[in-house]
Design a protein around this ligand. Structure first.
Ligand code: F6R
Length: 611
């Protein structure tokens, strides 16, 4: 939820830290802060608001240290304010800490520390951490006082945390710890970079250590010592990350979201990669799912949150059609608490762009304890979920920075469609014709999306027309309902317009009561078999005064429906890959009409690492 950056080397730390924070702002952006060490003293600045305000602070110039930590916050405990912003210092200003995660037992630790003479300024759970370290430091008699004090403090913490810690007693060292929140360390010669996410440091180095849960790293400019939970030294090797650093820049686009919408032809192509092999079954040699296993399972659960869950809904029909195995799609936060009927005959597929979503990871862990096999679908190499799952499959969407997910969604659907095909091939079901047809169609999706991206005038005009509205409805039948749900989520997330999605046939069972003059209803129609039914549902809203926009690849009478956005024809089982694109653009242009910050919508963060 929050973003952490750290630096230790020969250069002035503050510009590197600010740059890193601005790349992590998608993780949280209600306040930001920075701390460095100079003349054996911790100097820090904290501000409410965006990283830009921190960058413009005239006090920043005073931070001259070549070691430092910084943080951009998404509030969990205590409102956004400069006092609640990180870094937090202990009462004696000996230690500074930035924290991502939640300390569940902070109340009792705070009580304990108050009794030990410590005072607190903020409403946060995080402020107990530097105080606890200081407490143990004062009791420590060994030579490695900093290391042992941090280790002892960690033993008291319950919850999730990624921490970066400065000590004025060890002005050339940073200690970091990771448990259930992401943290990476980049290394280059005599410089070390710390971040919540690879993108923040990729312009400096491609050699990245991806920390595991329980890791503690003791970092100086030319050395990193890794310790496990028992403070034994452990070996870690850096990974060579091949992402292009430019992938996390806006380039010529006004916003990351628009850039990411336009990247979809490439991200889908990259996700298909070399999986489709001419005249051969799809290549899924990175997982080991056998015919016997698939024949024995009774059900597949697809579990995720938000947009990733909508990707699951979009692929339920193709899995069922190709594998004859029933599929349930569940919201991770519900699944984990509802004692689902799962066992070794249930396959669990968890989807998470970030790979850090707390509810999805917990659902996957629960499923494992019931004996189910688990597959994680993630976009982030080495993310937490990939370390929990039996198998991991990566989407290759590249870094997604805008909070509202677009290219990760279509990459998830692409990969899941390929997985459904793979399962059918493993099962050796007599479905060659449809499988070959789907493979061909999938390879054509990128160019079909490019056609949509080149013709956006109708969408821009419609966005102008509706941007002042307060309620908008999305309707679709069958697979189009998945697109209606995702479009509605996208619109409310970034434009703050209330919107809802319904299966078209459900309108007359209640929601039609909300339709009156000039209400906007957006219909999605891509399945030829359902066209007549969908049209009569939409006529029912028109006759009650609604205005409509139809996104379709079918022949529609424009006398009945003046606003039609035509999309290329595509196999109905994979149509969500195409039908969502104009509606992502619609949300984007509506939010732009309202002059909103598209990439950083209010109250949201990209990676939801808390429940
Ligand atoms: C919406 C959006 C969220 C995420 C959800 C799951 O645009 O981005 O709904 O899809 O928070 O996130 P991941 O996929 O990282 O688990």
């Amino acid at each position: 939820m929050c973003g952490i950056v750290g630096y230790i080397g020969k250069s002035k730390a503050s510009p590197i830290l600010i740059k890193g924070l601005s790349k992590l702002e998608y993780r949280g952006y209600d306040s930001a802060g920075i701390a460095t060490i100079e003349d054996d003293k911790i100097c820090h600045i904290k501000n409410k608001g965006r990283v830009k305000e921190l960058e413009n602070s005239n006090k920043l110039e005073n931070l001259k240290g070549t070691i430092g930590i910084a943080h951009t916050r998404w509030a969990t405990h205590g409102k956004p304010s400069s006092i609640n912003a990180h870094p937090h210092l202990d009462s004696h200003e000996n230690f500074a800490v930035v924290h991502n995660g939640i300390i569940e037992n902070y109340r009792e630790l705070r009580e304990f520390l108050i009794n030990a003479g410590y005072t607190f300024n903020s409403e946060t759970d995080s402020e107990i951490i530097p105080n606890l370290i200081d407490y143990y430091y004062s009791k420590e008699t060994s030579n490695d006082k900093f290391l042992n004090a941090v280790h002892n403090a960690e033993k008291d913490l319950k919850g999730s945390y990624a921490l970066a810690i400065l000590s004025k007693f060890d002005p050339n060292k940073i200690i970091v710890i990771k448990k259930d929140s992401p943290l990476v360390i980049g290394t280059k010669d005599n410089e070390k970079y710390i971040a919540s996410d690879i993108n923040a440091i990729l312009e400096y180095t491609n050699d990245i250590f991806i920390l595991k849960d329980g890791d503690l790293a003791y970092i100086s400019e030319n050395k990193i010592d890794f310790y496990n939970n028992n403070l034994n030294l452990v070996n870690r090797t850096p990974e060579k990350i091949t992402w292009d650093a430019k992938a996390s820049d806006k380039g010529d686009f006004e916003d990351f979201m628009l850039k990411e919408i336009y990247e979809q032809p490439v991200s889908i192509r990259e996700t298909i990669g070399t999986r489709i092999v001419p005249n051969k079954p799809c290549d899924f040699s990175d997982i080991n799912i056998t015919k016997k296993y698939l024949s024995d399972i009774s059900r597949i659960y697809i579990i995720a949150c938000g947009t990733a869950m909508h990707a699951g809904i979009s692929v339920k029909p193709i899995f069922e059609r190709l594998t004859n195995i029933p599929v349930e799609v569940d919201i991770a936060s519900e699944f984990r608490y509802r004692d689902p009927l799962i066992d070794e005959h249930t396959l669990i597929i968890c989807i998470s762009q970030s790979g850090e979503t707390a509810d999805t990871i917990a659902a996957l862990k629960n499923a494992k304890t019931c004996g189910s096999k688990t597959i994680a679908i993630s976009n982030v190499i080495g993310s937490s979920i990939t370390r929990e799952a039996d198998f991991t499959l990566y989407t290759h969407a590249g870094p997604e920075i805008a909070v509202a997910s677009t290219k990760a969604y279509t990459a998830q659907i692409t990969l899941l469609v390929l997985l459904a095909i793979h399962f059918a091939e493993v099962l050796e079901l007599p479905k060659n014709e449809i499988i070959n047809n789907l493979k061909e169609e999938l390879l054509e999706i990128p160019s079909k999306i490019s056609i949509i991206l080149e013709n956006t005038d109708i969408i821009k005009k419609f966005a102008k027309k509706i941007h002042k509205e307060t309620d908008i409805f999305f309707v679709g039948r069958g697979i189009d309902y998945a697109t209606a749900m995702e479009s509605s989520l996208k619109l409310k997330e970034i434009s703050y317009i209330h919107s809802d999605s319904y299966q078209s046939g459900e309108l007359k069972h209640g929601p039609i009561a909300l339709i009156e003059d000039d209400v906007t209803v957006i219909g999605i129609i891509t399945d030829r078999r359902l066209i007549d039914k969908s049209i009569s549902n939409l006529q029912e809203v028109i006759s009650r005064g609604a205005k409509t926009l139809i996104v379709t690849n079918q022949e529609i009478d424009t006398k009945l429906f003046p606003n039609v956005f035509s999309i290329p024809k595509v196999h109905p089982l994979i149509s969500p890959l195409v039908s969502i694109v104009p509606l992502q653009l619609l949300s984007y242009y509506v939010a732009k009409e309202k002059n909103l910050d598209v990439d950083k919508p209010r109250n949201l963060a990209k990676s939801v690492t808390v429940e």
